[in-house]
Design a protein around this ligand. Structure first.
Ligand code: PAF
Length: 278
């Protein structure tokens, strides 16, 4: 495995590759969820590139950007044992040079205005711009994205459509701790007290996902359960939406999915599950 920081070094490393390139974009602070993406990429493609870049343009909260964990040394050890071939860890100047191509304007059909998009203005614009730029640089055949960031995945699929499918998007299932908590780089920021209560979010979503009554009632029930469980919780949203177009559901269907964003002692955690639609 090699680590490169410039586009030139990356292109030099990739120039004699004959097979398919798999790509796992990350912001580092890697955990078993990322590693499962790398392993999936390793199985499906011939050479795996992992980018580690904390993208400033997708943070609407400057403090969140500042405190986002940066752990390149530990990440490299994990990536080596997962079988990654190249780590691309660029600087912001490398990704956003002054002469960078203009921002793309992508029609997202409302995918970016609900849930995370409503709570974090500008977030998905930043994600689209950086992922498009990374796709231009790495030119992968296949890119791997986790379903924990389900809304991001839906938006990246739109990006691939806009790029005339020059890259195939491979969704990868959520990896959870034994207690059900969805793995996330942000979990490292939880206080020990918050880490104890955090799995309750998944527990309630799982119960909610087996219900079949009015979606608004299910969401209101789930919010009450979570907020009554601990003073550390503050629900941002719980929504049942169509998993393709992300519009709010008025009845449970086979495409319904429940989505939640909950502050746990001020750390924002997100999760989602398909509704079981009995
Ligand atoms: O999911 C993430 O870690 C980031 O949003 C991504 C896709 C690496 C873009 O910065």
């Amino acid at each position: 495995m090699i680590t490169v920081t410039t586009i030139k070094e990356l292109h030099d490393a990739l120039q004699n590759v004959s097979g398919t390139v798999g790509f796992v974009p990350t912001m580092g602070a890697l955990h078993a969820g990322h590693i499962s993406l790398v392993k999936q990429a390793k199985t499906a493609t011939d050479l795996v590139v992992v980018s580690v870049f904390v993208n400033p343009t997708q943070f609407n909260d400057k403090q969140d950007f500042k405190t986002y964990p940066r752990t390149l040394e530990a990440d490299s050890i994990l990536l080596e044992s997962a079988g990654a071939d190249v780590i691309f860890a660029p600087t912001a100047e490398e990704i956003y040079p002054e002469q960078a191509s203009p921002k793309i304007s992508l029609q997202l059909d409302g995918l970016d205005t609900v849930m995370e998009g409503a709570s974090r203005p500008g977030h998905f614009d930043g994600v689209v711009q950086v992922v498009n730029r990374l796709f231009d640089i790495v030119e992968p055949e296949v890119a791997f994205f986790g379903e924990k960031d389900y809304q991001q995945l839906a938006i990246i699929k739109k990006l691939a459509e806009w790029r005339n499918y020059d890259v195939q998007i491979e969704p990868c299932q959520i990896i959870r701790g034994e207690d059900g908590l969805a793995l996330s780089s942000r979990n490292a920021l939880l206080s020990s007290e918050a880490r104890v209560v955090a799995p309750f979010i998944h527990k309630i979503l799982e119960i909610a996902s087996s219900k079949n009554n009015d979606p608004a009632e299910i969401c209101s029930w789930a919010k009450t359960q979570i907020e009554n469980h601990s003073d550390l919780f503050k629900v941002d949203y719980i929504t049942i939406a169509d998993q393709n177009n992300l519009t709010t559901e008025t009845e449970i269907t086979r495409n319904s999915r429940i989505f939640a964003a909950v502050y746990c002692d001020n750390i924002r955690l997100i999760d989602n599950l398909p509704m079981q639609c009995l």
